[in-house]
Ligand binder design. Structure first.
Ligand code: HEC
Length: 154
C-alpha cells in the first residue's frame, strides 16, 4: 500500500473505533454529545464512568487526556469537566440501566461475572425497573446487592 492509502486506512479505523452505542448510553445533559465525541475515541466510556472524582480531579484528568491527544477547545473542556463532575462526581449513583460493566464492578464492588450478569439481563429483558427487579438477576449475591443498593439508580 502507498503511504497515503495507509493513512486513509488508519483514519477509517480510528473513525470506526468510536462507539456510538456507548456514547448514546451516557447520562443526558449539556455535555453529553461533546463527551461522546471527545472522550469515547481512544477508549470506551468505562475509563471515566468507573471513576468518582471531584471537579478539580476531573479537570486534572481531562488535562491529562488533552496531553495524550484529546482535542477540545478551552470552552469545550469546561463543559466536559462540568458534565463529568455532575454525573461521575463523588457519590454519584450508578445508573443501572446504562452503566458499562466496569462501572458496575468498580463502583458497586461486584465481581466480573456478577457485573456481566447485570449487562446480560438488561440485554435480554430490557430495563431493570427497580431494586426488586435487580434481585431477580441470577448469580447476584443478595447481601452484596443490599449493601450496594444506596449507590444504585434505576
Ligand atoms: C487521544 C486518546 C485519548 C482520548 C481522546 C481520551 N483519552 Fe482517556 N486515556 C487515554 C489513554 C491512552 C489512557 C490510558 C490507557 C487506558 O486506560 O486505556 C486513558 C485513560 C483514561 C482514564 C483512566 C485514568 C488514567 O489516567 O489512566 C480516564 C479517567 C480517562 N482516560 C478519561 C478520559 C476523558 C474524560 C476523556 C475526554 C476528555 C478522554 N479520556 C479522552 C487516551 C485518551
Amino acid at each position: 500500500m502507498k503511504p497515503l492509502a495507509v493513512c486513509l486506512a488508519l483514519l477509517t479505523l480510528s473513525a470506526l473505533a468510536a462507539d456510538p452505542e456507548d456514547a448514546a448510553r451516557l447520562p443526558d445533559g449539556d455535555g453529553k454529545p461533546l463527551v461522546g465525541k471527545v472522550c469515547i475515541d481512544c477508549h470506551g466510556s468505562g475509563n471515566f464512568r468507573r471513576a468518582r472524582l471531584t471537579a478539580d480531579e476531573w479537570a486534572d484528568s481531562v488535562a491529562d487526556m488533552v496531553d495524550r491527544g484529546a482535542k477540545a477547545s478551552p470552552a469545550e473542556i469546561d463543559t466536559i469537566v462540568a458534565y463529568l463532575a455532575k454525573n461521575f462526581g463523588r457519590g454519584a449513583l450508578v445508573r443501572m440501566n446504562t452503566a458499562p460493566l466496569v462501572e458496575i464492578k468498580v463502583v458497586l464492588g461486584f465481581t466480573v461475572p456478577e457485573s456481566q450478569a447485570v449487562v446480560d439481563y438488561r440485554e435480554k429483558y430490557g430495563p431493570i425497573k427497580s431494586f426488586d427487579d435487580f434481585l431477580k438477576i441470577p448469580g447476584i449475591d443478595p447481601a452484596k446487592a443490599e449493601a450496594a443498593h444506596p449507590k444504585m439508580s434505576f
